[in-house]
Design a protein around this ligand. Structure first.
Ligand code: PEP
Ligand code: MN
Length: 341
């Protein structure tokens, strides 16, 4: 059972709930977030159900759902959620009625490359720019990203082109710094189970793009989202990016079932990253068609002005010509499924 406290509740309000739970033989785990305080209650379900915690004035909601993930479950929240990224003129909605194309370079390399990639993305209809300043690379000898310098480049390009920015954070110590520059914080596949990092982004006050772990089940992925939500941040967008299978022809295998399955399990938006799924640019457009048809709420796509010199993931980066094709697909397919692009 999960107890969501009213915003602005005092510590004595929280103590009151904890006291009631403990007196009945249960255990209470308090998580104080920026926006909400959430209390996880563990104990005999039948006894806990008799506590009538909804009658306590400082309690906003008591959630009893059968799934292990509670706050992100569709059972708890039957309507699908929309997450707004960025503010004012840069605001982009990701949810059931819209379609969000997010595009940009895999890694921020130089101001010129980032700006060119952003303009390419914009021409294709993207209103959100992606780009990694911190790169979690398989090899310690590979380009690791420009770090803080990359964040500054993203901020400058953001102001220049007028696009909200999503970028990855790989270390809990960098969360505040990345949140100063980014409109949305990305958790990459390799960090989906880094629970300290999930808690830190949950407290950062910015929307989170949570990629599916390389070998994560839907339940494990949603439990990772629950770590973020438990910190009071429900502005979470899930991103399917391909999983590990026996097939070696593609970098990963896009699990297209993830889109309708996770929509049925959770109210959170689900996007697809066809670039990291396939690892090759010739498959990005066909996989994008499939993703939109399956109900994806958006796409996350790598683009690069000169993929042959890219410091990271060049073979999957779209060039101007493929990007024009992707833009066409987005227009035609999103109209066919009744979404506003
Ligand atoms: C990325 O989007 O830049 C990235 C590293 O993706 P993933 O974590 O899915 O490999
Ligand atoms: Mn990449």
């Amino acid at each position: 059972m999960v107890v969501v406290m009213r915003s602005g509740c005092s510590s004595s309000d929280v103590d009151e709930v904890v006291g009631v739970v403990e007196e009945a033989g249960g255990n209470a785990f308090v998580s104080r977030g920026v926006a909400r305080t959430i209390i996880g209650v563990v104990g005999d379900d039948d006894v806990m159900a008799t506590l009538n915690l909804t009658a306590v004035p400082s309690v906003a909601e008591v959630i009893r759902v059968t799934q292990p993930y509670k706050l992100v479950s569709r059972e708890h929240h039957p309507d699908r959620s929309t997450v707004v990224v960025g503010t004012g003129e840069l605001a982009v909605s990701i949810g059931p009625d819209t379609f969000a194309l997010v595009a940009g370079p895999c890694a921020v390399e130089t101001p010129e490359q980032t700006l060119e990639a952003a303009r390419m993305a914009q021409r294709a209809g993207a209103r959100l720019l992606r780009g990694g300043a911190y790169k979690p690379r398989t090899s310690p000898y590979a380009f690791q990203g420009l770090g803080e310098k990359g964040l500054r480049i993203l901020s400058e390009v953001r102001a220049e082109v007028g696009m909200a920015v999503v970028t990855e954070v790989v270390d809990a110590h960098d969360v505040d710094l990345v949140a100063e520059h980014a409109d949305m914080l990305q958790i990459g596949t390799r960090n989906m189970s880094n629970f300290a990092l999930l808690q830190a982004v949950g407290s950062a006050g910015k929307p989170v793009l949570l990629k599916r772990g390389l070998t994560a089940t839907y339940e494990e992925w949603l439990m990772a989202a629950e770590y973020v939500a438990q910190r009071g941040n429900l502005d979470i967008v899930l991103c399917e990016r391909g999983i590990r299978t026996f097939e070696t022809a593609t970098r990963n295998t896009l699990d297209i079932s993830a889109v309708p399955m996770v929509h049925s399990l959770s109210h959170l938006p689900v996007m697809v990253d066809p670039s990291h799924s396939a690892g090759r640019r010739d498959l990005v457009v066909p996989l994008s068609r499939a993703s939109i048809a399956a109900g994806a709420d958006g796409l996350l796509v790598d683009v690069h002005p000169h993929p042959e010199t890219a410091l990271c993931d060049g073979p999957q980066a779209l060039r101007e010509e493929e990007l024009a094709e992707l833009a066409d697909v987005c227009r035609v397919f999103t109209a066919a499924v009744g979404r506003i692009g």
